[in-house]
Design a protein around this ligand. Structure first.
Ligand SMILES: [Zn+2]
Length: 271
């Protein structure tokens, strides 16, 4: 019987991070050798967005996602917490820049974007919601996937997304209650990308076991969330999550890989 070719996929990585400044070409080569068919590299701010575009031109494996990290939506309202020290930039100009490329079909997805209630206090919600709402509308208008950071504000992210009927939603590293995720998948057809440290996390394993098959994706959030604590993560580590999915469901690994590859292709078909 003829086999359709399938690959592994990482839908959420930050390969513009300085931790790859020495050996990015090898990291991408290792991903390719490990059988990855795509790495969706996510921008966070004006500089990394432009670097993601450059990586997309350099490496065929890299797919371009542009966004504004939710914490940066508060850049004009408050002093950002330490890890996010960045010179203020024009949020509306960056949204306009991303919108132009999205409408011209030059990017594969919108993200990273969303809401963050871990680093920012509730007073910073309105400015975050304004930026997130703009990206939700853009994703819907252009029929592009939107890659969502929802840390500690999962239910509010879902409320905002439920206002538009858009199924190409990917919750990255969803850490809210698993029942909330299952509802989002069943009622709205939303997707959840499971990180490479899932073998150590009961919540992610529950999602791998219970999510509808068509709603599962894999990611690494490289360089963060490595399978071994403290290590630098890299896209090839999605292979471990595919194996875990296969083990948890009693499948052959190829079935799990093909499922996730097909999910990726369906959602990103317009990019
Ligand atoms: Zn991220």
């Amino acid at each position: 019987m003829a086999r359709t070719e399938s690959f592994y996929v990482d839908v959420h990585a930050h390969l513009t991070h300085e931790k790859y400044s020495e050996d990015l070409a090898q990291v991408v080569a290792r991903a390719q050798e490990s059988g990855l068919g795509a790495i969706v590299v996510n921008g966070l701010d004006p500089q990394s967005n432009r670097e993601v575009i450059a990586l997309g031109k350099k490496y065929p494996l890299v797919k371009v996602a542009l966004g504004i990290y939710p914490v940066y939506a508060a850049i004009h309202e408050t002093t950002l917490p330490e890890p996010f020290a960045l010179a203020p930039f024009d949020l509306d100009a960056e949204i306009a820049f991303i919108s132009t490329l999205a409408r011209a079909k030059k990017i594969a997805a919108i993200g990273e974007c969303g809401l963050d209630g871990y680093w920012l206090p509730p007073e910073m919600l309105p400015c975050q919601e304004r930026v997130f709402a703009a990206f939700i509308a853009l994703a819907k208008e252009c029929d592009l996937p939107i890659i969502v950071h929802s840390r500690k504000l999962e239910a509010r992210c879902m409320e905002m997304l439920a206002q538009v009927a858009h199924t190409k939603v990917i919750f990255h590293c969803f850490s809210g209650k698993s029942n909330l995720a299952l509802q989002g998948a069943e009622r709205h057809g939303w997707h959840f990308s499971i990180p490479a440290n899932a073998h150590k996390n009961e919540g992610f394993q529950k999602l791998l076991r219970k999510l509808p098959e068509e709603c599962i994706l894999t990611e690494t959030d490289s360089p963060y969330l490595a399978p071994e604590a403290g290590a630098r993560n890299e896209p090839k580590n999605v292979c471990g999550t595919v194996k875990l999915l296969a083990d948890l469901r009693g499948w052959e690994e190829e079935r799990a890989r093909t499922l996730i590859w097909n999910n990726y292709q369906r959602i990103f078909s317009n990019g």
